[in-house]
Write a new protein. Structure first.
Length: 546
């Protein structure tokens, strides 16, 4: 029988307690601090006692708006340990998003920080929102200089000294695997952020899937720059704590500091995920002098071309890809460093254990054959329970058989490898022809001057919409719209060739992803202000230099 013939699942709080009891307990590493799992467990216990002193009970929602440091992880573990529900809040949210999430999540307590040497004053961000959140009883300020109406760190921790520690243990035994263990708000690229209800079982079993796919052991060190309010931060963290290896997090990403951390900790797995992160490291002046030979694999959700180029820069290790979402509790599919090269560079890998996939015709709902492209549906142990306080939206996304309709386009090969082909709603319709932005991005990415490319549609009175390419160039590289168009002409179909090319040095971000909606809004506004309703012919664009 394989090693997946049985599973051993506990709650999130139980996972940390179990890990802390082992002799090979791991560690958490940040640039400013590090702690063993034993030290994390002790701090989480003090936080749990402090929460009980504030009157937090089973099922209460507790928000976390903190820097990416030990306090963040300790608060998360403490909340789950007493049967309450952590709500990690996107640290990039401003007044409008916070004004929605904090009242919508019905928080009873909120952890914040700010002041001193901290980059963001989270306490100041929430000050104006307090009156709009009537259920919010306490805001615990863990940073320096806290003053009313905030509860300062010393008061919070000393309050916990009045609580019997046995009460934490009693409450921990009452937490069920299928209890909601976290509400994680999505980035809200198309609407207000939505709260995904995720169970303890989903988090722990997906953490075990990460361990198995990456073949993690106590000797490993895992570098993960994704924020802890992102599902790609939490699940790898749990995987590392459970297996006893080091979890290395950069707090605020800086490519030079990332290189230093990966070298110093002899990291074996890197999870940059996005081109904007990985290319900043690969193109850094110190990359060529850095010793990253301890790395055996890196996870990059790029196009085949970007994966190929990254693999050429790092020939000693395996670039892999994957695909997932908050709704699937991190990766639905994930590659392995043991996969053949062509599978690693052209697919997103294989299905995670405990998950199921269907590829259907989006118009008829019929299942498609291997290799055919259609809408991706999934269900299984990682599937979220629904959107908080959104029963109609949940019912529209999860059908009566439990399948989540993702809105993603994908295909599955006969041997079980999934290829992600973009979003149904992102697909462009140019003069009646379907255009995949990912396909065009992958082609343009092969241009030697191009570092990152993002394709969106621009309105056009003749074709309905046309392709627009936003491009960030490699350091020191130069090119022009005409050269990019000429690079595409006669090599891809004319209706796929970009009619507009815009060069950028910074990207609008939604969480950790490029916000394509804002790029589309940008080109729409630009064309409207210029009075342009129809794009020029691509051949005339090259010939005239316009």
């Amino acid at each position: 029988m394989s090693d997946m013939g049985w599973t051993e699942v506990t709650t999130v709080g139980g996972l940390i307690s179990r890990a802390a009891a082992r002799e090979d307990a791991g560690a958490i590493v940040f640039p400013q601090e590090r702690a063993t799992t034993v030290e994390l467990d002790a701090l989480a216990q003090r936080f749990a006692l402090g929460l009980l002193a504030l009157g937090v009970g089973r099922g209460d929602h507790v928000g976390i708006l903190l820097p990416q440091r030990l306090d963040y992880i300790a608060s998360f573990v403490a909340i789950t340990r007493i049967g309450a529900v952590p709500v990690p809040i996107n640290a990039r949210f401003k007044g409008a998003e916070l004004g929605h999430v904090i009242p919508h999540a019905e928080l009873s307590v909120l952890f914040v920080s700010g002041g001193g040497d901290e980059v963001v004053d989270y306490a100041a961000l929430v000050a104006d929102i307090i009156p709009t959140a009537p259920l919010l009883r306490h805001i615990v300020h863990l940073g320096p200089g806290a003053a009313p109406p905030f509860v300062d760190r010393e008061t919070f921790l000393s309050g916990g000294e009045t609580v019997d520690p046995a009460e934490v243990d009693r409450l921990a035994t009452l937490v069920r695997l299928r209890d909601v263990g976290m509400i994680m708000y999505t980035s809200g690229t198309t609407a207000e952020p939505k709260g995904c209800l995720i169970t303890h079982e989903a988090m722990v079993r997906q953490a075990q899937n990460y361990q198995q796919r990456f073949e993690l052991g106590p000797e490993d060190a895992y570098w993960d720059p994704l924020p802890l309010f992102h599902i790609g931060g939490i699940i790898p963290l749990l995987a590392c704590l459970d297996i006893g290896c080091r979890y290395c997090h950069p707090d605020q990403f800086d490519p030079r500091e990332a290189l230093e951390m990966m070298q110093a900790e002899r990291c074996t797995v890197a999870m940059p995920v996005f081109d904007t992160i990985w290319l900043a490291i690969l193109n850094h002046p110190e990359f060529e002098r850095a010793d990253l030979t301890s790395l055996r694999t890196a996870l990059l959700l790029g196009t085949p071309e970007s994966l190929r180029l990254a693999q050429e820069r790092t020939p000693w290790m395996a670039q892999i890809s994957g695909s997932g979402s908050t709704e699937s509790c991190a990766n639905l599919v994930l590659g392995s460093f043991r996969d053949p090269l062509d599978k690693r560079l052209t697919t997103c890998g294989r299905l995670m254990n405990g998950m199921e996939i269907r590829i259907i015709d989006p118009e008829t709902g019929t299942d498609l054959d291997p290799g055919e492209s259609g809408e991706l549906l999934f269900r299984g142990v990682g599937l979220f329970e629904g959107y908080y306080k959104e029963p109609e939206l949940t019912a529209s996304m999860i059908d009566t058989d439990g399948w989540f309709h993702s809105g993603d386009l994908a295909s599955m090969s006969a041997d079980g490898y999934l290829s992600y082909e973009g979003r149904l709603k992102d697909a462009l319709k140019v003069g009646g022809e379907n255009v995949s932005p990912l396909e065009v991005e992958d082609f343009i990415r092969a241009h030697p001057a191009v570092s990152i490319v993002s394709v969106v549609g621009a309105p056009d009175e003749r074709y309905g919409e046309v392709v627009t390419a936003f491009i960030e160039l490699n350091p020191g590289a130069q090119t022009s719209q005409e050269e990019i168009v000429d690079f595409c002409l006669d090599r891809i179909a004319t209706f796929k060739v970009p009619r507009y090319v815009r060069f950028v040095s910074e990207w609008p971000m939604s969480g950790t992803k490029i916000a394509k909606r804002r790029l589309r809004d940008q080109i729409i506004d630009e064309l409207r202000e210029a009075g342009i309703t129809q794009a020029p012919s691509v051949r005339r664009t090259v010939a005239s230099g316009t």
